[in-house]
Design a protein around this ligand. Structure first.
Ligand code: DX5
Ligand code: ZN
Length: 216
């Protein structure tokens, strides 16, 4: 069970100090938004590269951008541990996968709440992680869409039946109230933005979330 705080909820004017407050994270989730694939804009590869230099926690980059064929490789070259692109944004997902891999990062494929698992199932064997979005991508602090939960189980059962070693990540609206249920449904990697950054002691919150996820 891995907890990945999303820095979308951090103070963007003080990222170095903010990263120090989440030192016990398993991964640091970095949301990259281009203002096109989603109606919000965050940071690009130069900032991700600097974040990589100031932390020893692996970076988990979530690309919410159009044309990942053009850009995914440059995020992998920052040294990020994993780079996740959206299936809906890719015209040639296998090309994106090979670019990320050849730059040395692990590969994640994300699907939005409205995208069926069947649309991505043929690619799961080529990925290290499947990101099942539990909100519409674009903004932190939204409520989890409960109707997505069966898709988490569907993904986990498929991965198990195929004998694959692929992580199932959930992102959006994850917190103390639902993390155990998400773990029970089959998720093993949990992104939490507002649930971590709203707390004064973030490492305590990370420990609480991890304990709940592992309590199943
Ligand atoms: C949403 C982002 C999420 C977001 C989660 O598009 O991909 O990573 O930061 O924030 P919370 O945990 O507040 O829903
Ligand atoms: Zn994200």
């Amino acid at each position: 069970m891995r907890i990945a705080p999303s820095i979308l909820s951090a103070d963007f004017a003080n990222l170095e100090a903010e990263l120090r407050t989440i030192s016990s994270s398993d991964l640091i989730h970095v949301d990259v938004m281009d203002g096109h694939f989603v109606p919000n804009l965050t940071i690009g590869a130069p900032v991700v590269a600097r974040l990589q230099e100031i932390t020893t926690v692996p970076l988990d980059v979530h690309l919410m951008i159009e044309n990942p064929e053009r850009w995914a490789g440059s995020y992998a070259e920052t040294g990020a541990s994993s780079v996740t692109f959206h299936l809906e944004a890719a015209t040639n997902p296998k090309e994106v996968i090979s670019q990320i891999r050849s730059s040395g990062s692990k590969v994640g494929i994300a699907i939005k709440p409205g995208t069926a698992f069947e649309d991505v199932s043929g690619l799961v064997e080529f990925a290290d992680m499947l990101l099942v979005m539990t909100v519409e991508p674009g903004f932190g602090g939204q409520g989890l869409i409960e109707s997505v939960i069966p898709k988490i189980t569907q993904a986990r059962e498929f991965i198990k039946a195929q004998g694959l070693e692929v992580s199932v990540q959930v992102d959006g609206g994850v917190g103390l109230a639902n993390i155990a249920n998400l773990a029970r449904a089959g998720a093993d990697t949990f992104v939490a933005g507002s649930a971590v950054f709203s707390e004064l002691n973030r490492n305590d919150r990370i420990a609480e979330l991890r304990l709940l996820a592992e309590s199943i």
